[in-house]
Design a protein. Structure first.
Length: 367
């Protein structure tokens, strides 16, 4: 069984497509460990630029493409829900229409508007499943979850620049992920994304669980491991501090003659941006900018594309429900004007208690 959605199906929607009611829900950091381990709420690297100009080496070696899938392949969405319910045990996911990673929304936006990304529309695959009642979980799919950059290859300076201009405050942390919620043209979302850094550490709020004697008072404190659900090998620990959404920032590096825009920040509503440009030597001065107004201006200017994205998300949720609650969605080539959705055949189930007793995550293989 399959269904298709074409770009023509997404036209003719007059109402504005804007993001509203943005709230931070939870966060976590991955820790280098023999077994999959996250700390909640974790903390992103701290923006701490050096006093002198730095000549960064080009990126080399091991880097994650999709860290959650690389570190926890059995259930890449499990860390999201573990962190979510650790931060807010009473959170009811049944009030949410879509749970997704930022990367999926990027890909879907590139489908409705190939000009919205630097490299245009590329073929992609995503998985979608009706988890409980009306909540659709959209899972990221990548051919590779990590890459090893050899000395003969040049991909930029992003990782090395971040190492030089930020300080990691949790030992052995390998990546910090945030979970936010917002409304977008009739649907409610929970969105996960990786945060590059934060500023204004003095405004960070220590996490205190009023229902427990345990509290997070220091990012270096040693705290006992949380109890785990049956069958899961994901270790979850309390460590870190809650960093407000308005203190988080995105870091981008690029060659000097190619301007860096704010379009990518709209999906995850990060208010601050560092634009670092290079020529042949050291980077120039890199400052933290508050780009809230620029992101809002981008949203107003991109209404034709965002209206189509909103229509696409509504149709996708309908398709998932119509295809017996689970499907694989493919954009087959850069020249296509259709998304193809096919029903999943369940290969095996990993019953997780990581969300609530009423919701299970499944690991599936497309038919």
């Amino acid at each position: 069984m399959k269904s298709t959605i074409s770009r023509k199906d997404l036209e003719g929607h007059p109402s504005l497509a804007t993001i509203s009611n943005v709230q931070h829900l939870s966060s976590y950091s991955w820790i280098e460990s023999p077994e999959p381990t996250i700390v909640v709420p974790g903390v992103p690297p701290k923006w701490q630029p050096p006093r002198r100009e730095v000549v960064c080496p080009k990126d080399l070696g091991f880097h994650y493409i999709a860290q959650n899938a690389a570190c926890h392949p059995d259930s890449p969405m499990e860390p999201l829900f573990r962190a979510l319910y650790q931060a807010g045990p009473s959170f009811d996911v049944r009030n949410i229409d879509v749970v997704t990673d930022r990367n999926n929304l990027r890909k879907l936006l590139s489908f409705v508007d190939p000009k919205s990304t630097r490299f245009g529309l590329e073929a992609f695959t995503i998985h979608a499943e009706l988890a409980v009642e009306n909540t659709v979980i959209i899972s990221r799919v990548e051919a590779q979850t990590h890459e090893i950059i050899g000395p003969e290859k040049f991909v930029g300076y992003d990782h090395e620049f971040e190492k030089a201009y930020t300080t990691c405050e949790i030992p052995n942390s390998t990546g910090h992920h945030r979970v936010i919620t917002y409304s977008f043209r009739g649907l409610s979302y929970v969105v996960r994304y990786e945060a590059d850094a934060y500023v204004d550490a003095q405004e960070s709020v220590p996490q205190v669980d009023s229902k427990s004697e345990d509290s997070i008072t220091s990012i270096t404190s040693n705290i006992d491991e949380l109890s785990l659900g049956s069958g899961s090998n994901l270790s979850v620990r309390k460590q870190g501090q809650i960093v407000p959404l308005d203190s988080t920032l995105e870091i981008k590096t690029r060659v000097a003659h190619k301007p860096i825009g704010v379009d990518d920040l709209w999906i995850f509503q990060t208010p601050k941006l560092v634009r670092a440009y290079y020529r042949y030597g050291p980077f120039g001065e890199a400052h933290v900018e508050d780009v809230t107004d620029k992101v809002m201006a981008w949203e107003r200017a991109q209404q034709p594309s965002l209206k189509k994205l909103a229509a696409l998300m509504t149709k996708l949720t309908e398709v998932v429900k119509g295809l017996c609650g689970s499907c694989v969605i493919r954009c087959c080539s850069e020249k296509t004007n259709e998304l193809v959705s096919r029903r999943w055949m369940v290969d095996r189930c990993f019953h997780r208690t990581c969300i609530t007793s009423g919701i299970k995550l499944r690991h599936v293989r497309p038919a």
